[in-house]
Design a protein around this ligand. Structure first.
Ligand code: UDX
Length: 462
């Protein structure tokens, strides 16, 4: 997320330095090698490095001295109790404070704007300020309780929150053409600095090859720190709830013999509902929804509030994963000794991200029931190798037909475009009876699958 943001801000005309503590990663990025698979990113990074607008460094203090704005874009992994782990955010904030207390920082003309882009619990703006102060006090050798002041050495900064809404797989596009930019800060000058920074994106004046431009202008939402932090949790939890809602409807559709695709289409045309995020199937995963919903539930509980709707959102999602196993059991009876192919391992298409990927959970459940699982993914195969233990829990194939060879059943776990074009006749002849296809994303056409001699089971499709 930091890399995408940095590269995009460089492209719109700013001078950007991306700092990472991992020297190897900094060296790789400088040479144009990407640590993740993200469409369009490599070309963008290499281009901006070539233009001299983007560079990589391990020197946080040196970068802070030069910067007008510092984005904190480190990860906030989920702790055991569901809450977000802020140790990386805290460590960076402390180092920024330390840098601001150094003599070089006295040359600063304007306050440094420290922007939280990591998803952090409501109230983290204050936490970041506190750690900047502490870091400055430690570096200056004395503690200061007055915000912005460190024993004579002025620690001049502002904290802002700028939640990130980009989606993996289309992160570059989302950064250039966002639905909105949200900025939370308690001081006017911080909002002004950030407005100026985002001006080329807000006004859509930066160079692009997209013709026509997808957006005319981008709404810039300014609010207080706590509300900005809350917007991110509310947006992701709403989307996760929307998916769980349609999955609940899908289950009822199956019982009454209705088709969830038609239901979602008919519902989605109501502008108040909207058609997006109404695809039923095995549910949501990834690096954001599971973590953010868990964090919001944990925040609510801190205040003794039971978040009933969010609890249900998670329960429905867990039930969808189990639904795959139930469908397989219903058709195969016993899973012992059965070979099952997973088509797609990444949590969604166009990424190699396996965080909270349904494929991993499903592979574990199937293995525990005595099945042999082999997975194929167009890009995430290598990352999946040896990820689960024991190593034979999930075998990885590098060709879809190889994964399907001799399989009693196949599960479409990720809706990669590639799977739409599978030669179903070839699939049927290489699989073993009952030649079952559980379509976890309602991707395939049931009649085409049936006509090829395969047995089809989707989610909520009558
Ligand atoms: C999400 C948010 O969309 C983004 O705004 C935020 O910044 C980060 O989290 P991302 O995790 O990249 O982005 O993926 P997204 O496209 O939102 O999908 C999340 C999960 O929901 C995936 O597992 C996807 O398969 C699932 N999904 C999505 C459905 O099951 N049905 C749908 O209709 C849409």
């Amino acid at each position: 997320m930091g890399l995408v943001t940095g590269a995009c801000l460089a492209h719109v005309g700013h001078r950007v330095t991306c700092v990472d503590k991992d020297e190897g990663r900094v060296a790789e990025l400088t040479e144009g090698r990407m640590p993740i698979y993200e469409p369009g990113l490599e070309e963008l990074v290499v281009g901006e490095v070539g233009q001299g607008r983007l560079s990589f460094s391990t020197d946080l203090a040196g970068t802070v001295h030069e910067a007008d704005v510092v984005f904190i874009a480190v990860d906030t992994p989920q702790g055991d109790d569901g809450s977000a782990d802020l140790s990386s955010v805290g460590a960076v904030a402390r180092m920024v404070g330390g840098a601001l207390a150094q003599p070089e920082a006295r040359r600063r003309q304007r306050p440094l704007v420290v922007v939280n882009k990591s998803t952090v619990p409501v109230g983290s703006g204050d936490f970041v300020s506190m750690l900047i102060e502490e870091g400055a006090a430690e570096a200056g050798g004395a503690h200061s309780s007055t915000p912005g002041n460190n024993n004579g050495a002025t620690v001049d900064y502002r904290v802002a929150s700028n939640p990130e809404f980009l989606r993996e797989g289309s992160a570059v596009y989302d950064s250039f053409f966002p639905d909105r930019i949200v900025l939370g800060a308690d001081e006017r000058d911080a909002l002004d600095t950030m407005r100026a920074l985002y001006e080329p994106i807000i006004e859509q004046t930066f160079p692009t090859r997209r013709d026509p431009r997808p957006k005319a202008a981008v709404p810039f939402v300014t609010t207080d720190l706590a509300s900005a932090e809350m917007i991110k949790y509310a947006a992701n939890s709403f989307l996760a709830t929307k998916i769980s809602f349609i999955n609940e409807i899908a289950t009822i559709c199956e019982l009454v013999g209705a088709d969830v695709g038609s239901v979602a289409h008919g519902m989605g045309l109501d502008e108040r509902i909207g058609s997006r995020f109404l695809s039923a199937g095995i549910g949501w995963g990834g690096s954001c929804f599971p973590k953010d919903v868990a964090a919001l539930r944990s925040i609510a509980r801190e205040y003794d509030h039971e978040p009933l709707l969010l609890d249900a959102t998670v329960s429905v999602n867990e039930r969808q994963r189990k639904g795959v196993v139930a469908k397989l059991q219903r058709e195969l009876h016993t899973l012992k000794g059965k070979r099952i192919a997973l088509l797609g391992l990444a949590f969604k298409p166009n990424t190699d991200d396996l965080r909270e990927a349904p494929s991993l959970k499903i592979a574990c459940e199937l293995y525990q029931r005595g099945a042999r699982v082999v997975g194929y993914d167009p890009v995430a195969g290598k990352k999946a190798l040896g990820l689960l233990s024991p190593p034979d829990l999930l075998k990885v194939a590098f060709d879809p037909y190889e994964a399907l060879e001799g399989a009693h059943a196949a599960v479409v776990v990720t809706e990669w475009e590639e799977f739409r074009g599978l030669d179903l006749g070839r699939v049927a002849s290489s699989m073993k009876d009952p030649r079952l296809v559980v379509d976890g994303r309602n991707l395939l056409n049931p009649s085409d699958v049936g006509a090829a001699g395969l047995r089809y089971r989707g989610f909520g499709r009558g």
